[in-house]
Design a protein around this ligand. Structure first.
Ligand SMILES: Cc1cc2nc3c(=O)[nH]c(=O)nc-3n(C[C@H](O)[C@H](O)[C@H](O)COP(=O)(O)OP(=O)(O)OC[C@H]3O[C@@H](n4cnc5c(N)ncnc54)[C@H](O)[C@@H]3O)c2cc1C
Length: 393
């Protein structure tokens, strides 16, 4: 029988079936589905629930991905946002604006884009390749310029991160999950190569399984078990504008290096794609400011595509942390240490997929298999090495 770890500072020792480390959209979604499946779940969040990446997210919801597993989770994630009331409860503030992907020249020339659209449709996306005339019908305010073909998704849009998190937290609590804020996990305990639980700054909790949903902080905890994760802390900087001009569908505009969406009835949110690659000095590194100069560059890029927004006024923006992997894909699934699971390294894509990934991870954990074979593509082994010298104890 496993020993219950000792406790400190007067808190009773506790036990759980599953400890979730990190209370962003990914961790709280896992808590919802695990608690609904009858597991005793504890979520530990070192700060405020959602307070790192999730509440600063652009929250764009679309299905356009290059790889099957990512696209599948994005399709399933969008479905959850659309049917949120029955699937989760509450209201995530989902707005269906439609989405446009404006490709680079290379993607069209090589045929990569039409192959991708076929794959997207195969996993259930409504993605459709259109010529510039059909694009004008779909998005009358958008100037196709030299883009001959684009991909549209009529069902996509964006959500409200605050409402989404509020709904998830309520669903997790209603299902019996214990949610603790302001209490970091400092160590994962391991006995005979198997996870035994966690130690926080205030207590020890014995658990059969632990899942790391703590973004770019995950490598620090995994290192204590001799696991090296390839996750790099970077930052994303979305700028916000007040605009009288209609924005139309959300978009990723490869030729102009910008992504954007409307922000309520008279707002615009925009980010420059190259800024996702700004490295931080560690996961707690200082986040760059979203200043007027950055806003000016972002707005100029959007206005090349949607001329009506050119007079928009910069109203600020809040950068947020990203957990980038070398292939830009998450680490989702079990690790070499029995009982230790990962759902991190979301590389700036984890809002739309968070709830679906939470459901997928819980299925995998309970059934020993992912709900679809594609999901194995995301298994952590590809970007995780186990140190020979530091075996788990
Ligand atoms: C500016 C910005 C724009 C974005 N735009 C989009 C978008 O349009 N669409 C999209 O799909 N995605 C987008 N993303 C990405 C998406 O928001 C993230 O991938 C997603 O929020 C990640 O959720 P998470 O729960 O993994 O991380 P987080 O929300 O960062 O949660 C991880 C939590 O772990 C906690 N933690 C860390 N260490 C510990 C510890 N030792 N113990 C306990 N807790 C710990 C942290 O405090 C944090 O709250 C964007 C991200 C940013 C920053």
């Amino acid at each position: 029988m496993r020993r219950t770890p000792s406790y400190r500072r007067g808190h009773a020792a506790q036990t759980a079936d599953l400890v979730v480390v990190g209370g962003g959209i990914v961790g709280v979604s896992i808590a919802v589905f695990a608690a609904r499946a009858g597991l005793r779940v504890h979520v530990f969040e070192r700060g405020a629930l959602g307070g790192a990446a999730t509440l600063r997210s652009g929250a764009m919801i679309r299905t356009h991905y290059e790889n099957r597993a990512d696209a599948r989770l994005a399709v399933e994630g969008r479905e959850l946002f659309i049917k949120w009331g029955e699937a989760i409860g509450g209201d995530p503030g989902f707005r269906r604006t439609g989405f446009v992907y404006l490709p680079g020249r290379g993607e069209l020339a090589t045929g990569a884009l039409s192959d991708r659209v076929a794959m997207l449709r195969d996993v259930g996306s409504d993605a459709e390749m259109v010529d510039s005339e059909a694009l004008r019908d779909f998005a009358p305010d958008l100037e196709p310029g030299s883009v001959e073909r684009a991909v549209i998704e009529p069902e996509s849009g964006y959500a409200d991160p605050h409402r989404t998190m509020a709904a998830l937290i309520a669903a997790a609590r209603d299902s019996g999950a214990v949610m603790v804020e302001g209490e970091p996990v400092t160590r994962i305990s391991c006995e005979s190569g198997r996870v035994g639980g966690v130690t926080t700054t205030l207590r020890a909790v014995a658990a059969n399984a632990v899942v790391l949903c703590c973004g770019a902080w995950a490598p620090g905890l995994a290192a204590g078990l001799g696991l090296e994760l390839e996750i790099r802390p970077t930052a994303a900087l979305p700028a916000r504008f007040a605009t009288a001009g209609r924005v139309g569908p959300a978009a990723i505009d490869v030729p102009n290096g910008v992504y954007f969406r409307s922000d309520g009835a008279s707002g615009l949110l925009a980010g420059l794609r190259d800024w996702r690659e700004r490295d931080l000095d560690g996961p707690d590194g200082l986040l760059p400011e979203v200043d007027e100069q950055f806003g000016g560059r972002a707005l100029a890029a959007v206005a090349r595509r949607v001329p009506a927004v050119a007079p928009a006024r910069f109203v600020g923006g809040r950068s947020g942390p990203l957990d980038m992997t070398p292939d830009g894909r998450p680490l989702l699934g079990p690790t070499a240490v029995e009982g230790l699971w990962l759902s991190c390294g979301w590389s700036g894509t984890g809002f739309k997929t968070g709830p679906a990934a939470g459901r997928a991870l819980v299925h995998w954990l309970l059934h020993g298999l992912p709900h679809h074979p594609d999901i194995r593509e995301l298994a952590p082994g590809r970007l995780m090495t186990r140190s020979e010298t530091r075996t788990p104890h």
